[in-house]
Design a protein around this ligand. Structure first.
Ligand SMILES: [Zn+2]
Length: 195
């Protein structure tokens, strides 16, 4: 089992790692109000990756939660959501910010962290797909307008995934949804190997 923390100390708010088929990934909000961006690639062929459009089409849910699956651009299952104590996750927004520049808080953007960490797996900026945004609350009104809301996750909220194939996972602790002054954004994650 691997346990680690992502936060904005020393800008180490991102990571990338391999998750084997059958392994479990647990992501925990330790203090409440944190969000986490995640992208997925087939570890054996990085041209296959998470696809928000396929996930929306097959799951018919803009807030995937327990029982839903994250799908690839080749219509294969990547990760199943086994348990989700919060219930607000987003599949509509990309990693922040789309420019790839650090935001005005000095916190490294999710996209810049993804580029740096996934580069270790020979994944280039233009190959990074839109993300699955854990604990992020995005509401859609009757006209179709999107609004990102302040995160409402509570301390200890947890989401548990099981891998359907060998994956490369990119994870970041996100600052985009409204950090309180002096608050440290933290996400804990654990990889529990199947064997
Ligand atoms: Zn972010």
């Amino acid at each position: 089992m691997v346990t680690a923390q992502l936060d904005d100390k020393n800008t180490k708010n991102g990571c990338a790692f391999v998750l084997r088929k059958g392994d479990t990934l647990q992501v925990i909000d330790p203090t409440g109000g944190n969000t986490c961006n995640m992208v997925l690639f087939n570890a054996r062929d990085i041209r296959e990756k998470m696809c928000s459009g396929k996930t929306l089409e097959f799951e018919k849910n803009i807030q995937p939660t327990t029982g839903n699956t994250l799908w690839s651009n080749r219509s294969n299952k990547l990760l199943e959501i086994v348990k989700d104590t919060h219930g607000n996750n987003d599949v509509l927004m990309p990693p922040c910010p789309s420019s790839g520049k650090s935001n005005d808080t000095g916190f490294a953007s999710c996209l810049s962290q993804m580029i740096e960490r996934l580069g270790n797996f020979s994944i280039a900026k233009d190959d990074i797909p839109d993300s699955f945004n854990i604990f992020k609350k995005v509401m859609v009104d009757g006209s179709g307008s999107l609004t990102a809301q302040k995160p409402s996750s509570k301390a200890g909220d947890t989401i548990l995934f099981r891998a359907n194939m060998d994956l490369i996972v990119g994870l970041t602790a996100c600052d985009a949804a409204g950090r309180e002054k002096d608050k440290i954004n933290s996400i804990y994650y654990e990889v529990i190997c199947a064997d």
